[in-house]
Structure formats: structure tokens, C-alpha cells
Design a protein around this ligand. Structure first.
Ligand SMILES: [Zn+2]
Length: 267
């Protein structure tokens, strides 16, 4: 029999679903252990010591304990909030953006696959949503960094089909092709969207730079709209492809042996 094991880690709560009378099932993002599921027993009782430390989008120092088999679902046995992001949660627009980032992080990360830079990227994005920064730029930067850190960043420097360098003007972005296309290669891909020179420059810059550097870029509304539409197409294509993959389904099946154990999302 494998010994019981305990993990001490900081974590951000990505999802919190009610479980039974007073418990909560949490989806956590951690720096060194990746995404984990854990139960917080009795957390919804007013007397619980865990209460307030395990709310959605709260960063906490946690102790997670596994059962006698050393496997399966962890139980939260200790929690102390490090950052509750209260000012973010008091601003409905910022909160909606944070919830979107949390859902993206949840969807992109497979279970128990450590990705410390991706954790840092998520934490920095939440912190930036509490600042007066351009919040739409925070979203675009996070989306591109997440694509990069998870291995899905499209090719942006050269035409993905003919490898010719991308010159200003008349270019397209194709999620199915996995990058930018020159005008000559565009007809091969029905999903190719026109991408302006400015949009391509911003996308390249955000993909290659930290959030703090990215937030120095000044993006006006029409360009923001173009960037949001391009990223939406790219993410939708990437996620649908990923969700169909057997690796993802296998990971879900391992964590959720019975379909009826999967709770509904509360947030
Ligand atoms: Zn080409």
C-alpha cells in the first residue's frame, strides 16, 4: 500500500462546486503540481476554519492530503488566504474578465501537469486586473502566453504554408493552418481571416513579451476589436481540437470515474 501523502502548496481556486450538504469540490491551479481537484469538507458550515480561504479566484497556502492509497482526490486539510483579490471581485467588469481567464486556464491545463510559468502568468494577469491597466490588453496577453506555454502558439513570423517571411499588408491568420498565411497561400484555408499590420505587430509583441512590457503598448478601440475577434477564433479552434483529443478525455475519465460524480459549475 502506498503511504498517505501530504502536499503544501499555494494555489488559486479556478472552480468551486457545491458537493453534498456542506462540502465543496475545488479545481485548483498550483505552481508545482499543475491543476488539481480537491474536496473541502465542511467548508460551507459557518464554523469551518477553511471558510473564506477557498473562495473562487482566491490565492491560498494549502495543505492537501491524499488517502491511504496515496492517489485519488485530495482533501484540503489546511488553508490560509494569501490574496483574496477583493478589489477585483468588487468590480463586476474586472471580475467577469478574471472569471474568463480562470475558465481558460482550467480548460487549457490538463490535470497534474506542472506548468510553473503558466501559474505565474495567471497570477500576474489577476493582479493586473486589480490595477488601472488596459484590461483588454491583459486578456490578450494572457491568451497568447497561455497558447505559447501550452504549445499552441500560431506561427507568426513566416507564412505557415510556404515559409516566406511575412511582409506588411494583405495577410491572413488561419487557426486551422496554425499561423499567418501570405495572399498566395490563403485560398488553401477557408477559415483564414484578414489580419491588419497593426494587429499582427501587437500579437507578435504580446506573444514574445512579459505582461508588464505588454501593458506599455497603446491599443485603440478598433484594433482592440480586431484583436479580440482574432483571438476568439484562434482559441475556439484550439480548444475544440483539444477537447476532442483522447488524452483530454482520458484525463477526465481518470479523475471522474463515474459521470454522476461530476458536479455542475457554480461560478
Ligand atoms: Zn505562403
Amino acid at each position: 500500500m502506498t503511504k498517505p501523502r501530504t502536499i503544501n502548496t499555494e494555489a488559486i481556486v479556478l472552480r468551486a462546486a457545491e458537493l453534498g450538504e456542506a462540502d465543496r469540490l475545488l479545481t485548483l491551479l498550483t505552481p508545482a503540481h499543475g491543476k488539481l481537484h480537491a474536496t473541502a469538507r465542511g467548508v460551507r458550515k459557518t464554523t469551518s476554519k477553511l471558510g473564506g480561504h477557498l473562495d473562487l479566484l482566491t490565492r491560498s497556502a494549502l495543505t492537501l492530503s491524499y488517502g491511504n492509497q496515496g492517489t485519488g482526490l485530495a482533501t484540503v486539510t489546511g488553508a490560509e488566504a494569501l490574496d483574496s483579490f477583493m478589489s477585483l471581485k468588487a468590480d463586476l467588469r474586472a471580475l467577469s474578465k478574471a472569471l474568463y481567464l480562470g475558465e481558460l486556464a482550467d480548460t487549457f491545463h490538463p490535470l497534474e501537469a506542472p506548468n510553473p510559468p503558466a501559474y505565474t502568468s495567471f497570477l500576474e494577469a489577476l493582479q493586473a486586473l486589480e490595477s488601472p491597466a488596459d484590461h483588454d490588453l491583459v486578456l490578450r496577453s494572457f491568451e497568447l502566453r497561455l497558447l505559447d506555454l501550452c504549445g499552441f502558439l500560431p506561427q507568426l513570423a513566416r507564412c505557415v504554408q510556404c515559409e516566406e517571411p511575412v511582409l506588411p499588408g494583405g495577410h491572413f491568420l488561419s487557426p486551422a493552418a496554425g499561423g499567418v498565411l501570405c495572399p498566395a497561400c490563403k485560398p488553401s484555408y477557408g477559415d483564414a481571416l484578414p489580419i491588419s499590420v497593426d494587429a499582427l505587430k501587437v500579437v507578435r509583441y504580446l506573444a514574445a513579451n512579459s505582461l508588464s512590457s505588454s501593458l506599455l503598448v497603446n491599443v485603440r478601440l478598433p484594433l482592440h476589436r480586431e484583436l479580440a475577434a482574432l483571438m476568439s477564433s484562434l482559441l475556439r479552434y484550439t480548444l475544440e481540437r483539444e477537447l476532442r483529443s483522447t488524452a483530454f478525455l482520458r484525463a477526465i475519465a481518470q479523475q471522474w470515474p463515474k459521470a454522476e460524480d461530476v458536479p455542475s459549475r457554480t461560478a
